[in-house]
Design a protein. Structure first.
Lengths: 215, 215
């Protein structure tokens, strides 16, 4: 594999490729050209070829991509075959929603367990996953070494728990708390900012109604 | 305001500016230079100046930006002062989490009500918001004309409900269902793809462990 700096924009497109290829694969489609794939995704064929060239050689001139192969290759690049261990911190409504509905295995993670401070939740199971006391977190991390922790805790607790997880050797935080965390350099933080997404929608709607009012 | 095509990348940075300015404002900071703001956000000062120049003239050479003013201007561009009406379709765990924790007013929306098919939920309130029957949806939309619907329904129901909402005149769908919706052109769809975000984190972790194994 070539050694080069890969831009954030390219990295963020990889999961989209993976998702589209997955959908095509599940519909029984065997191959697709870069122009057809681009059309579906709203990007150009040359963008796709350029993105993929960062990681090696894929597809064949005049034949296109074998969907199953390309999906497996991109999955490999994304690390989905590593089955890293993942824990959830905070089993409130959002933690619950993820426990019930999100397919962690499909994203390449093995969901081990969840932690909470609520006595009502500790000792229960959600979708087959045990909810443990936060008091057990340190021992658990020392024994199991989870790679990623999902943060679905209240804002007020977010930074303190992030520090604790970083000290416990977690490599990544999937952060739903809407707090900009400062963590040690060895920890990657991936934020899900709901508000950014809704504000983007707000922008598009407001520009549309502006345009209608002007016409 | 200048008329020009504004790229998706610029539009997606606006909510980030808004969020950072909000945080600075809440800390009592009055002004900031583009280079300091860029440093915090991990982008260049010239990127910020270029982005903002799409929308008008902001800041003053050698003085920087007045945080409260710039925040208000960007908020205005994003449409947060329009207080558009919003409804939630699906009051399961995720819908519940949004009802409980998400500040719709801060994002410029007025959360009216939520709809569900569950008899156990219909007629109840979550955080002061009434849960209504899906049977009331058509009448409600005709009377109130909500601009945006949040889709927190099961995958299997997503497309059908999206079509129904489009026919009822909704302008935007905030889609948490992980289904790629096809809707009429007048409807904007903003997707929250949890998996894309987690896969990005997976990529970074797997590249890191690769680098460690090689060194």
């Amino acid at each position: 594999m070539k050694k080069q700096h890969i831009s954030d924009a390219v990295i963020r497109r990889l999961p989209r490729y993976y998702r589209y290829l997955d959908e095509l694969h599940s519909r029984g489609i065997v191959r697709i050209s870069s122009s057809m794939l681009g059309k579906r995704m709203g990007i150009t064929a040359s963008q796709i070829r350029q993105d993929l060239s960062c990681f090696g050689e894929f597809g064949q001139q005049g034949y296109g991509y074998n969907i199953m192969e390309l999906r497996a290759e991109i999955g490999h690049i994304l690390g989905v075959d590593e089955q890293n261990r993942l824990i959830i911190i905070g089993a409130g409504h959002l933690g619950h929603a993820l426990l019930q509905n999100f397919d962690f295995a499909q994203a390449g993670f093995r969901l081990d367990t969840a932690f909470d401070v609520s006595e009502a939740l500790i000792g229960t199971e959600v979708n087959g996953v045990a909810i443990r006391s936060m008091d057990e977190l340190d021992g658990y991390c020392a024994a199991v070494r989870p790679a990623v922790a999902v943060l679905t805790v209240p804002k007020s607790a977010a930074q303190e728990i992030a520090d604790r997880l970083a000290a416990l050797g977690v490599s990544g935080l999937w952060n739903f708390t809407n707090v900009e965390l400062s963590v040690a350099e060895h920890v990657f933080v991936e934020n899900v900012h709901f508000a950014d997404s809704l504000l983007t929608l707000s922008y598009r709607i407001s520009k549309k109604s502006e345009a209608e009012n002007e016409s």
